[in-house]
Design a protein around this ligand. Structure first.
Ligand code: AMP
Ligand code: ZN
Length: 319
């Protein structure tokens, strides 16, 4: 991965700032503004690029025999509570609410709406939480199956994910697609998986000719206690990120993450290894839109004009 490579990408969208990049992506028809920050429609070429990146992920992982699992983009409240998300990221969670009043309540709601007042008072929790990371639904499923086989488990997941971090920075979306593999097993199996993925990421950025760097990282834990959690996560080398300069050349954006959870999820959900001890887990994921934006930023806004080698990598043809 590109130590010392310049991140300005010759034919790329010459965006000097986040707002320039957003404007360029909108002008090219890739992102369609909706009036809400971090919430965009996708044009045909951008959508096709997202699909090609997922297909590339399929090809890269074809030999892993991961169990493919797909879920709607919401999780139930019980799963959400068990995951520990509220301890770490209360500020990012999005809960789904719905009207639960009677006819009088409905009249009050409409009166408030028409008067331009807040009408949300009668919205009650539905018990659904928007999925914050694609891997969450996997843990209770593996827990319910009983002890893992000696070879452990590996799942392939993809989901729309929600994080409440409204921003005009085009790579910071409120709703985005995340593709992940989750490994469950003994600590050495899980760490080996993460290491192999770090190698694979090098292969991926080589194929796509992106100026990427691997960094030790930490999650955006909430509050002052969160700083301690972040420091401990770094000290234990639990999270690495593959970063690529996209909107801001000085502050590259995380496009992939490589996370070792130790036995955190296994203890919360009761996942056992083949000897009955709490399993360990890791997940590796990429933000599909971020990788797509990295390509558009570095190779130009029109994917049909990209170098043949990159187009071939995305189309699955031999270069
Ligand atoms: P994380 O669970 O925070 O490590 O996120 C996994 C991957 O999702 C990251 O490496 C990013 O590529 C992507 N991602 C995270 N947050 C966002 C966001 N707000 N908008 C778009 N992609 C995101
Ligand atoms: Zn995950």
């Amino acid at each position: 991965m590109g130590e010392g490579r310049e991140a300005t990408g010759g034919g790329g969208a010459a965006a000097a700032s986040a707002s320039d990049l957003l404007e360029a992506l909108v002008d090219a028809g890739h992102l369609i503004p909706t009036g809400t920050p971090g919430l965009y429609g996708r044009g045909a070429a951008f959508d096709a690029l997202l699909d090609r990146l997922e297909a590339l992920f399929d090809r890269l992982t074809a030999d892993d025999r991961a169990e493919r699992l797909r879920f709607p983009p919401a999780i139930g409240r019980a799963l959400f509570e068990r995951s520990g998300y509220l301890d770490s990221f209360p500020h990012l969670a999005g809960t789904v609410h719905a009207f639960d009043g009677d006819e009088r309540g409905h009249r009050e709601l409409l009166a408030a709406l028409r008067a331009g007042r807040d009408w949300t008072g009668r919205q009650a929790p539905t018990g659904l939480v928007l999925t914050p990371a694609a891997c969450y639904p996997v843990y209770p499923i593996f827990a319910a199956r009983g002890p893992l086989p000696a070879t452990g488990g590996i799942a392939d997941v993809a989901s729309w994910c929600f994080r409440h971090e409204p921003s005009t920075e085009p790579t910071r979306l409120q709703l985005f697609r995340m593709r992940e593999q989750v490994r469950l097993g003994r600590p050495e199996q899980v760490l080996d998986f993460r290491q192999r993925w770090i190698e694979r990421a090098r292969q991926l950025v080589d194929m796509l000719d992106l100026p990427a760097r691997l960094e030790l990282a930490h999650d955006p834990f909430f509050g002052r206690g969160g700083q301690i959690m972040a420091a401990s996560q770094r000290d234990q080398r639990l999270k690495f990120e593959l970063v690529v300069p996209i909107a801001d050349p000085q502050r590259p954006t995380a496009c992939m993450s490589f996370n070792y959870h130790q036995d955190h999820f296994a203890r919360s959900f009761g996942i056992r290894d083949f000897e009955g001890a709490p399993a360990h887990t890791a997940c590796v994921g990429f933000g599909v839109e971020r990788l797509a934006m990295a390509l558009l930023r570095h190779h130009g806004l029109d994917p049909t004009c990209w170098p043949a080698r990159i187009r071939a990598a995305l189309e699955g043809a031999s270069p």
